[in-house]
Design a protein around this ligand. Structure first.
Ligand SMILES: Cc1cc2nc3c(=O)[nH]c(=O)nc-3n(C[C@H](O)[C@H](O)[C@H](O)COP(=O)(O)O)c2cc1C
Ligand code: SF4
Length: 455
């Protein structure tokens, strides 16, 4: 049984209210930090904890905090990224919906560490009911004296606002988020300068994911060294995983990093194995942007090591045979899944969400969607597979922000590991006409046909 740091109190009746949250020990980290620690000491604890950003990239949080420009004398801001629009990811929503005060507490302690007096939570437009929950929690925190002027009589002032986006995935990219917060179109900025130097209103800014900020109270209360004892190597602490797809028990789980993928997938404490006991075909372990893994690379790496739920193990083998922990959007696929359709679906999303500033992303995501559409609908050509490969290769690394990469990687991985399925679509259009293809005849039963056909 793993430790619960974030979700320990999630099921306490009434925990959403300030009263119950406080009674259960909430806001202790604010008292401890403001009354007995300097801001730099809080930063040091977070560094010692080894906490890595939970928004997807896994950048060390303490190190990011230490980059914030203090010399300029400009106001500094902490912005919480609650945009959570990556398909397959819904863990931040869970945290904010059920224990909103853990985020407010984390925002206060972290803002103090960074020397910010004005901080924001930027939440996706589709989470309107969660926005209201946060608004209410912030109101309660002001009323109880945790926000506003002279908090706890320490002379520290902090104002916190929650701001609602308008439903664009690109506004999760930190500089697009900042543009949007400033009231502009959410177009990512060219970096440098990085937000730590010039972010919100050109002031030094740190953008952190909800889960990263929510981990800070526990680190301050229990020390960074205790946090670093959980997990393995450079993957310290616990991680929220949003599990969906063909598993028995989908949902949001808090795991100790280092748990094996096998145990997470198959034990009753977590996903409980495959829905209807059908065979596992593929896994997207970290949200739609990360490479899909075929069944033979899910529980073991290509080197034969156990695959673990860590940043390192999930990426072992690079993109040739590995993937990424990403945002923890764990999508399970059984043998009836059409990988081409899944890839087309993801491509549709990225095309729709591209902001259009860079040609490779603006045009390339559209081309990929079109080519995948025709393959999936039985109009594909043999050379389309090479064409897709070529397009994704030309997007990756050639854009202002990583949305281009995020669109390219799933296509590359699908072709890399499931090329024969693309070939099957091209060679047997009549077999895939039915939108239920692979349901009555799962891929395993028909794949022998591809090898027989010589084109
Ligand atoms: C297209 C795109 C969408 C993103 N969406 C999110 C998001 O919804 N939530 C998030 O925390 N980070 C998202 N990120 C990553 C952020 O840019 C940023 O790295 C992150 O908020 C930093 O927080 P962390 O260091 O705590 O992980 C996204 C990045 C890209 C390129
Ligand atoms: S990569 Fe795509 S989403 Fe990112 S800035 Fe360029 S066009 Fe916009």
């Amino acid at each position: 049984m793993g430790q619960k740091i974030l979700l320990e109190k999630a099921h306490v009746p009434g925990i959403r209210t300030y009263e119950v949250y406080r009674r259960e020990g909430g806001y202790r980290s604010v008292e401890k930090a403001l009354k007995s620690m300097t801001p730099d000491e809080v930063v040091e604890e977070v560094k010692t904890s080894g906490l890595r950003g939970r928004g997807g990239a896994g950048f060390p949080t303490g190190m990011k905090w230490s980059f914030i420009d203090k010399k300029s004398g400009k106001p500094r801001h902490l912005v919480c990224n609650a945009d959570e629009s990556e398909p397959g990811t819904f863990k931040d929503r869970y945290l904010m919906e059920f224990i909103p005060h853990i985020l407010i507490e984390g925002m206060i302690t972290s803002s103090y560490a960074l020397g910010c007096n004005l901080s924001y939570i930027y939440i996706r437009g589709e989470y309107m009911w969660v926005f209201r929950i946060l608004e209410n929690a912030i109101k309660e925190a002001y009323a109880a004296g945790w926000l506003g002027k002279n908090i706890l009589g320490t002379g520290y002032d902090l104002d916190l606002h929650v701001h609602c986006g308008a439903g664009a995935y690109i506004c999760g990219e930190e500089t697009a988020l900042i543009e949007s917060l400033e009231g502009k179109r959410g177009n990512p900025r060219i970096k440098p300068p990085f937000p730590a130097v010039s972010g919100l209103w050109a002031n030094p800014t740190v953008v952190n994911n909800v889960e990263s900020i929510a981990a800070v109270p526990w680190i301050v209360n229990n020390t960074g060294a205790e946090y670093a004892k959980i997990g393995i190597g450079r993957s310290t602490g616990t991680k929220l995983i949003s599990a969906s797809g063909h598993c028995k028990n989908p949902g949001v789980y808090e795991i100790d990093l280092g748990l094996s993928v096998d145990e997470f997938m198959n034990s009753d404490e977590y996903l409980g194995g495959m829905m209807d006991d059908r065979p596992l075909k593929a896994l997207v372990p970290g949200g739609s942007s990360v490479p899909i893994l075929p069944a033979n690379l899910i529980f073991k790496t290509a080197e034969g090591n156990d695959r673990l739920m860590t940043y390192e193990s999930l990426s072992e083998g690079g993109f040739a045979s590995g993937s990424m922990l990403g945002s923890g959007g764990f999508i399970v696929y059984n043998d009836t899944t059409c990988i081409v359709r899944n890839t087309w679906n993801f491509s549709r999303f990225y095309h729709h969400e591209s902001c259009g500033q860079c040609s490779p992303c603006r045009e390339g995501t559209g081309w990929m969607e079109k080519v995948l559409h025709r393959i999936e609908h039985g109009h594909g050509r043999e050379e389309d597979i090479e064409l897709l490969w070529d397009i994704q290769r030309k997007i990756e690394g050639n854009t202002i922000c990583p949305l281009g990469d995020a669109a390219a990687w799933p296509v590359a991985a699908a072709i890399r590991h499931f090329r024969d399925e693309f070939e099957f679509h091209v060679r047997y259009p009549e077999k895939i006409k039915n939108r239920d293809h692979f349901v009555a005849e799962p891929w395993e039963k028909v794949k022998h046909m591809v090898a027989k056909e010589v084109v």
